[in-house]
Ligand binder design. Structure first.
Ligand code: IDP
Ligand code: MG
Length: 151
């Protein structure tokens, strides 16, 4: 089923100049970037986005980290892409993330794990609405669709 996921390169990815390499993996896989913006997340948005973790001991540090510099917020589209992107991103703790995953290849520490991706269709819907207006999501044809998908 065609899905949209919310994906965000965190401040460490932007500042370490990893955006291109990480984006490349999604493009090479055949996924489609349908929205992207470089932005600073304010404290309110950070707390809302990570609301499920508000009682956790790492919450303060997480909000500080995510608001510390620019992030690249994106909406990525593709068949079954929500779980696929989670697989490509790897385990939350980069020490446990498989090699070949984004976190497994580019990160070392749980609190600096370079990327966020929605974990379910409900989270994707909520997170996309939190970060993007509907008008910012761009619908366009991919001319090689029949090379990526058996239609
Ligand atoms: P996820 O990003 O893989 O979905 P979550 O459990 O939803 O992982 O946690 C959200 C984010 O909070 C993680 O990506 C990571 O940046 C941070 N985080 C989670 N657990 C810890 C921790 O134990 N220490 C520091 N940061 C953490
Ligand atoms: Mg999560």
């Amino acid at each position: 089923m065609m899905e949209k996921s919310f994906v965000m390169m965190k401040p460490d990815a932007v500042q370490r100049r990893l955006m291109g390499q990480v984006l490349c993996r999604f493009e090479e896989k055949g996924l489609q970037i349908v929205a992207a913006k470089l932005m600073h997340i304010g404290e309110d948005l950070a707390k809302e986005h990570y609301g499920e973790h508000s009682e956790k001991p790492f919450f303060g540090g997480l909000v500080e980290y995510i608001t510390s510099s620019a992030v690249l917020a994106m909406v990525i589209q593709g068949d079954n892409c929500i779980s696929l992107i989670r697989k490509m991103v790897g385990a939350t703790n980069p020490k446990e993330a498989d090699l070949g995953t984004i976190r497994g290849d580019f990160a070392l520490d749980m609190g600096r794990n370079i990327i966020h991706a929605s974990d379910s269709p409900q989270s994707a819907k909520r997170e996309i609405a939190l970060f993007f207006d509907e008008t910012e999501i761009v619908e366009y044809e991919m001319p090689d669709t029949n090379l990526i998908y058996e239609l």
